[in-house]
Design a protein around this ligand. Structure first.
Ligand SMILES: [Zn+2]
Length: 260
């Protein structure tokens, strides 16, 4: 009991020096107590939900420049310019549905390199993937969209295919992948195949996201497309995964884009 001992040693003298020591000790105890009491409270807002505060900078790359890996293009955010063409396209070195010289097999070089790493990891896990469709120019996208409209009507075409100038495929940042055995190619059931499941679980490690996820049509404007991968870089893909955020629109606080 330090207080009792202090009082006993101070009592016989009753000197100002003894009183000074008592007051100093009391002040020190109060200050230290206040410090330890208040400090944990200060840390609480930064560690809400048990997740440490993050220094992720959401302004690091442009969301409007088509050459930016963080570009957000949707039915409300057309490409600028509308006829944008990426500069450095090349086919990834992996199984392709057409010749490597065919522009539809090509991607932005950075995305192609990342896709090669993804494919190597997939193969090590016994997953055989194939590039079904990657880059589409404005003119090709126009043909695809017009054909969808002729076949299924405008409303259905808008759920499945982007209008020219509004597609991720036109940027070189997107790729449609399939299983080498052709199972469920460009069909919702691809999500249930081993290939689709491996992609959903592992794509973020290589900088890709499943851009059009289940139940997010009111935000992205598209039905679930488990085959459509979008390259955003490993930093953003990891942050989206860490925070369980399913769409770029929600992550960056952009308006939902269910329609044009
Ligand atoms: Zn696609």
């Amino acid at each position: 009991m330090p207080n009792t001992r202090l009082r006993q040693s101070v009592k016989p003298q009753r000197s100002p020096k003894g009183l000074f020591i008592v007051v100093t000790v009391v002040i020190a105890v109060v200050v230290l107590g206040a410090f330890f009491f208040l400090n944990p409270q200060k840390e609480q807002p930064a560690q809400r939900n048990g997740k440490p505060a993050t220094s992720f900078n959401k302004q690091h790359y442009s969301l409007s420049d088509p050459a930016s890996p963080w570009l957000v293009v949707n039915k409300k955010r057309p490409l600028s310019p509308l006829t944008y063409e990426p500069a450095n396209l090349r086919a990834p070195d992996m199984a392709l549905a057409a010749a490597a010289t065919n522009p539809s097999m090509q991607m932005n070089a950075e995305a192609a390199e990342a896709l090669e790493k993804l494919n190597t990891a997939a193969q090590q896990a016994g997953i055989e993937l194939v590039v079904v469709s990657a880059y589409r120019s404005y003119d090709v996208q126009k043909r695809v969209y017009d054909s969808e409209v002729r076949g299924f009507g405008k409303a259905q075409a808008d759920r499945e295919s982007a209008r020219p100038g509004h597609s991720e495929h036109q940027t070189g940042w997107a790729v449609d992948l399939g299983a080498a055995n052709g199972e469920c190619q460009i069909e919702p059931c691809f999500g249930d195949t081993p290939e689709g499941q491996w992609l959903a679980q592992n794509a973020h490690t290589y900088g890709f996201i499943i851009r059009y996820t289940k139940d997010k049509e009111p935000i992205t404007g598209y039905q679930h497309e488990p085959w459509h991968l979008r390259y955003v870089g490993t930093e953003l893909a990891a942050e989206l995964h860490r925070t369980s955020t399913k769409t770029l629109e929600e992550f960056f606080g952009l308006p939902a884009a269910p329609n044009y």
